[in-house]
Design a protein around this ligand. Structure first.
Ligand SMILES: Nc1ncnc2c1ncn2[C@@H]1O[C@H](COP(=O)(O)OP(=O)(O)OP(=O)(O)O)[C@@H](O)[C@H]1O
Ligand SMILES: CC(C)(CO)[C@@H](O)C(=O)[O-]
Ligand code: BAL
Length: 289
């Protein structure tokens, strides 16, 4: 069976209605999961898709490079677009009978006259929100649309984009969206670097430096758990990242794990989050404390 690629809301809804109708009346309705992506699929994305296939009867993987969440036109222009190989990668999972790829174009997602923005206050402020103006409005708006278009029962997002995950959780709670939001642990390369489509932009020399970000955060998280004072620990981690060859640490902060409130000490479940620039590429990562 070949993997279906759907391009518009009508054909997506027709497929989902068919899935829901196909269940015999006597059985529980099939659960549908959505895994939103911007494509250039790597093993991090595939872990989310496998988890969705394990937890739901049917899965919609979405592929849309959402222009509204890019605050930097160059970043959008450089973003990899590899739909044919992404479709082949998904087909190779061997689940084409219960998996579809939804890959709408920008005119489908934002037809002329589109005028609505979903904006989540609080958790979207600071961290990436402070450095990518408008980014989380773009994310919340497109994810709200994907939830409504798919009518999915559950949605899976990676913890690599930890602030994004909390923004989407907040949005789903606030808008009573009938979708369960699941986070998936960050999938890492063997040397600890968090997988990301942007890693492909690193030169070989920069790629060798890149794991220093995860190393510094993991070390700092361990020290904080052991009771080290936060200001000195965060300063040491920042220093370690720049000493390893990163150009700049954009932020490195300790936050509460659920509402991302700034913390002076990890006196409740906490997260250490950072963004740093290497070789002109902005990398993000985070660890539980
Ligand atoms: N290493 C990873 N581990 C777990 N989930 C991931 C990982 N990388 C991306 N994801 C998740 O996959 C989903 C789609 O992410 P996206 O398409 O932006 O990929 P990406 O590799 O994060 O790209 P980017 O370079 O834009 O950050 C998001 O929920 C994201 O958190
Ligand atoms: C969730 C998402 C697909 C929305 O465009 C994007 O922000 C991403 O890939 O993480
Ligand atoms: N991975 C989150 C999407 C973005 O960086 O725009």
């Amino acid at each position: 069976m070949t993997l279906a690629i759907l391009r518009d809301v009508a054909s997506l809804r027709a497929r989902i209605s068919a899935w829901r109708r196909a269940a015999p009346a006597s059985t529980i309705a099939p659960t549908i999961a959505v895994v939103p992506t911007m494509g250039a699929l790597h093993d991090g994305h595939l872990a989310l898709v496998r988890s969705a296939l394990a937890q739901a009867d049917r899965v919609v993987v979405t592929l849309f490079v959402n222009p509204r969440q890019f605050n930097d036109a160059g970043d959008l222009a450089r973003y990899p677009r590899t739909e044919a190989s992404d479709a082949a990668t998904l087909a190779a999972l061997g689940a084409a009978d219960r998996l579809v790829l939804y890959a709408p174009d920008a005119a489908t997602m934002y037809p002329p006259g589109f005028a609505t923005t979903v904006s989540v206050a609080g958790v979207s402020e600071g961290l990436c929100g402070a450095h990518r103006p408008g980014h989380f409005d773009g994310v919340a708006t497109v994810v709200a649309k994907l939830f409504v278009q798919t009518g999915a029962d559950l949605a899976i997002f990676g913890e690599k984009d930890f602030q994004q995950l909390q923004v989407i959780r907040r949005m789903a709670r606030d808008l009573d969206l009938p979708v369960r939001i699941l986070g998936h642990p960050t999938v890492r390369e063997a040397d600890g670097l968090a997988m990301s489509s942007r890693n492909a932009r690193l030169s070989p020399a920069a790629r060798a430096i890149a794991p220093a970000l995860a190393r510094a955060l993991a070390d700092a998280a361990a020290r904080l758990r052991a009771g080290a004072p936060a200001p000195a620990t965060l300063a040491d981690a920042t220093e370690a990242i720049t000493a390893s060859g990163f150009e700049r640490v954009e932020y490195l902060e300790l936050r509460s794990a659920d509402d991302l409130a700034p913390l002076a000490t990890p006196d409740r479940p906490s997260r250490l989050l950072a963004a740093a620039w290497l070789d002109g590429v902005r990398l993000i990562d985070n660890f539980a404390v």
